[in-house]
Design a protein around this ligand. Structure first.
Ligand code: COA
Length: 257
């Protein structure tokens, strides 16, 4: 598929999606988010792809937020009905997604990184929710995902002051999986993606579903979900293969069946 604002590179069994508006620090206009949702859904359906990496073009930004110039003239109605809803499509992707962040991940950029399942950051990466400086608040899940990961007080500071945070600060607070030397974020994210891509695909999919359930359900319901998904995996060929491979002291060959 031809995209204007993103680039999709297949390195089966992984794929790299690059936000590609470097002159605008990869600011997320509606078309870009729509293209991203299309690409993620297409890769989600494609069996040859087992894990996606999301990154930004250039060395200055992952994404410096939603496109302020495009947002400036919007109304409540266009914000509710427009392509903004593509975020929900990205949220529903079943395959694991890893954000590889170099430079700025601000506003919608940080929210997009938090739509992913792991975040790998270059040591020069900078994060924040500066919407308050524009007279708005985060609108693509920032208040909720930050609060669920960092708790009330750090989130309040981020959302109400708009301050920028270093990768190291957010690593210590548990929002970032790994901080790597400048410029190595994409390579490290790809390494992790390849590791995940070797695992049993159905187990990976259900593992993601189970962890995400923790953010949406009370404990009792989350535990029941986990138990059901866990039991379901005993109907897969990959479970038989994984356990046989352990007993036979060899590496499992998983087929996603
Ligand atoms: N939306 C639209 N355009 C953006 C943008 C955004 N969120 N962030 C950066 N850009 C554009 C700038 O307007 C500029 O374009 P121009 O050359 O046509 O004027 C270009 O990207 C480079 O940005 P610039 O501000 O010159 O770079 P900088 O290195 O001086 O500053 C930032 C970098 C990230 C601190 C600054 O761009 C910024 O504050 N961006 C907005 C961040 C934000 O508020 N995000 C939340 C949006 S809800």
């Amino acid at each position: 598929m031809d995209y204007q604002y993103i680039v999709v590179e297949r390195e089966d069994p992984i794929a790299v999606i690059t936000l590609n508006r470097p002159q605008q620090l990869n600011a997320l206009n509606w078309q870009l988010v729509g293209e991203l949702a299309d690409a993620c859904e297409a890769l989600d359906r494609d069996e040859a792809c087992r894990c996606m990496v999301l990154t930004g073009a250039g060395d200055k930004a992952f994404a410096a937020g939603a496109d302020i110039k495009e947002m400036a003239g919007q109304t409540p109605v266009t914000m509710l009905t427009g392509e903004f809803n593509a975020w929900d499509r990205i949220r529903r992707v079943h395959k694991p997604m890893i954000a590889a962040v170099g430079g700025y991940a601000l506003g919608g950029g940080l929210e997009l990184a938090m739509h992913c399942d792991l975040i790998i950051a270059s040591e020069n990466a900078k994060f924040g929710q500066p919407e308050i400086n524009l007279g708005i608040i985060p609108g693509a899940g920032g208040t909720q995902r930050l609060a669920r990961t960092l708790g009330k007080f750090v989130t309040m500071e981020m959302v109400l002051t708009g301050r920028t945070y270093t990768a190291q600060e957010l690593f210590q607070l548990g929002l970032i999986n790994q901080v790597v030397p400048q410029g190595q974020h994409l390579e490290r994210a790809k390494e992790i993606a390849r590791t995940i891509a070797e695992k049993a695909p159905i187990a990976v999919r259900l593992g993601k579903e189970a962890v995400l359930a923790a953010f949406e359900t009370p404990l009792e319901q989350g535990l029941a979900t986990e138990k059901r998904l866990f039991a379901m995996l005993f109907s897969t060929e990959d479970q038989k293969e994984g356990m046989a491979a352990f007993v036979e002291k060899r590496k499992g060959e998983f087929k996603g069946k």
